[in-house]
Ligand binder design. Structure first.
Ligand SMILES: [Zn+2]
Length: 281
């Protein structure tokens, strides 16, 4: 299929499931993830974040994903993750992205509204939906570190105001998840999530999906989470697979790569299962 617009989150929101958003860092990761979600018939967002962009991979990955999407039967969305600059949004649109996150959550509220609304105006002109963020999600992601004590939960009344003032199509919420692996088991504020959903009515996004227990993921989906970001867990499993592959097949790149791919695909399989997104297309 040709690339699909990020508006598929609305279907997930209405249907009571979440679309998994997997961060990709190389073309080989794209291939392994797409093979698995295609077999599971799950819609997918492949997200390109600030680490991959710093590595010079924005165009390379976008072109590869657009080509590869043609060979699968499922909706594939290219999503820009944690963008902080208007210029980069323009670059991503030109590169063919079909979904965008503007993260100005570290700015004061009014500046966050202004920066996000500008991106919404731009993206809506070409029918690309925008995810905003309000609150501060803990942990370290690419270029942003938020200490646990500085993580700020999203307030439902502010979320309602933010969504109406910016026109965002979805909202990343800070409800106790964090980027990176957890030092102790996270406990999502599901009570808060329920209130945010009632106040905003838009699909909600959970960042820091790696390491959140299955039952909390499933409960959050029932309360309006329609997109869940997974990065750390995929990278760690993939690299462990690489090491195992290189040990088992020290002189055989193809077979070693297959071991790494299978390790990545296993994590993808689990997360699709948890998101309830299999057999949706
Ligand atoms: Zn994030």
């Amino acid at each position: 299929m040709p690339l699909t617009s990020g508006y598929i989150l609305r279907d997930a929101f209405a249907g009571g499931y979440a679309v998994p958003a997997f961060s990709v860092h190389s073309e080989a990761m794209v291939d392994a993830i797409l093979a698995e979600v295609d077999a599971l018939r799950s819609p997918v967002l492949l997200q390109i974040g600030q680490r991959a962009i710093r590595n010079g991979q924005m165009q390379v990955l976008a072109q590869h994903i657009a080509r590869s999407a043609q060979n699968v039967r499922i909706p594939v969305v290219i999503h820009l993750d944690h963008c902080h600059q208007f210029d980069q949004v323009v670059q991503s649109l030109r590169a063919g992205f079909t979904s965008c996150m503007m993260d100005a959550s570290s700015l004061p509220y009014s500046d966050n509204v202004q920066a996000t609304a500008a991106v919404v105006n731009l993206c809506h002109a070409v029918d690309v939906p925008v995810e905003g963020e309000l609150g501060a999600i803990g942990g370290v992601e690419d270029d942003v570190a938020v200490a646990d004590e500085d993580a700020v939960f999203t307030a439902p009344d502010a979320a309602e105001k933010f969504v109406s003032e910016t026109g965002v199509d979805s909202l990343a919420v800070a409800i106790g998840s964090a980027h990176g692996m957890y030092r102790r088991e996270p406990k999502l504020r599901l009570d808060l999530l329920r209130e945010i959903r009632a106040a905003t009515g838009v699909p909600l996004v959970l960042h820091g999906g790696s390491g959140i227990p299955r039952e909390q993921i499933e409960a959050s989906i029932q309360l309006g989470i329609a997109k869940i970001n997974f990065d750390t867990e995929l990278r760690l499993a993939y690299m462990a697979g690489w090491r195992a592959g290189a040990t088992s097949y020290p002189d055989d790149p193809f077979s070693a790569q297959c071991v790494a791919n299978e390790a990545l695909r296993q994590v993808v399989r689990d997360k699709v299962d948890w998101c309830g997104s299999a057999q949706r297309v």
